[in-house]
Design a protein around this ligand. Structure first.
Ligand code: R5P
Length: 281
């Protein structure tokens, strides 16, 4: 892991340590913020129903304030990565037209451990989203709250190492404390050029679970500190089994095949439990 937190003050270091576990320098962030531009997307139609069973397996939860307030029990001790950018929808004119949607005061009220915002490098709104990142970092620095920059990729952009290393590096240069990006060929280049920790998004649900596990494994192998994964977990037929398998890769150094075997065992356990419940009914 990059030793990028050397110069941080205590509060900032403490919050980063809630997101990236100090024991192994890794993190499993559960992403459930998709509704901010996708609406009630498949698997997340009733957010509380999706989130609650997965919460105890997540090191942190990436979420908007609306879903946090309505759908997560405030007694939780899972750190919150609060998405504070948005303003466009999947059916609107241009997804990259995002601004900051949540004030720092509200983020503090919500006890956010980290703030998250998307940048759209090479889009029409590149300047707007990059300066929003800088402003958010200024606010975060005032209160010791780290910022995670999401390198969002528009339809017209290619998710390759050239583009993603440019976007990640710019995010870090503007002060992001953690960067979320996509896995790609030559991913080491992306990590090498980014002086702050990098996590990967899972992206659209892959048809085979083993492919999602391989993606996570390859990213960790090539220097990511963890995952910020959503759809490949909660759109799976067995979300708990899937997040356990992902955890094994991130925290126990399992390879994709070992993690897949964990997934199969967990699926089998779940099936047996359902059989027992049905027979009692
Ligand atoms: C997308 O913009 C959201 O910020 C998600 O948090 C992110 O894409 C990670 O979720 P997934 O693994 O479903 O791609």
């Amino acid at each position: 892991m990059n030793d990028s937190n050397q110069n941080m003050d205590w509060g900032m270091k403490n919050r980063v340590s809630k997101i990236i576990r100090p024991e192994d320098g890794r993190c499993v962030m559960l992403a459930v913020d998709h509704g901010y531009f996708l609406g009630p997307t498949e698997g997340l139609e009733v957010p509380g129903r999706t989130i609650q069973p997965l919460l105890s397996y997540a090191d942190s939860l990436m979420i908007t304030r609306g879903v946090l307030r309505t759908s997560v029990n405030p007694n939780t001790d899972v750190p919150i990565v609060l998405r504070v950018s948005g303003g466009s929808s999947i059916i609107g004119e241009d997804l990259s037209n995002e601004s900051i949607t949540t004030s720092i005061e509200d983020a503090i009220k919500l006890n956010a451990t980290c703030l998250a915002l998307s940048i759209f490098v090479a889009s029409k709104y590149e300047h707007q989203t990059l300066t929003a990142l800088s402003k958010l970092v200024d606010e975060g620095e005032k209160y010791g709250i780290p910022v995670l920059a999401v390198t969002a990729v528009g339809k017209e952009m290619t998710r390759d190492a050239r583009y993603l290393s440019l976007a990640c590096r710019i995010a870090a240069e503007l002060g992001a404390h953690v960067v979320k990006t996509y896995y790609c060929e030559n991913f080491e280049r992306v990590v090498e050029g980014c002086p702050v920790p990098v996590v990967i998004a899972g992206g659209k649900k892959l048809s085979k679970e083993i492919d999602a596990l391989e993606l996570a494994y390859n990213a960790i192998e090539q220097g990511a500190v963890g995952v910020d994964m959503g759809r490949n977990i909660w759109q799976s037929d067995h979300p708990i089994a899937m997040i356990k398998a992902v955890r094994a890769i991130v925290h126990n150094n399992s390879d994709a095949e070992e993690a897949y075997n964990i997934l199969l065992k967990e699926k089998e356990k779940e099936t047996q439990q359902h059989r027992i419940i049905k027979s009692v009914d």
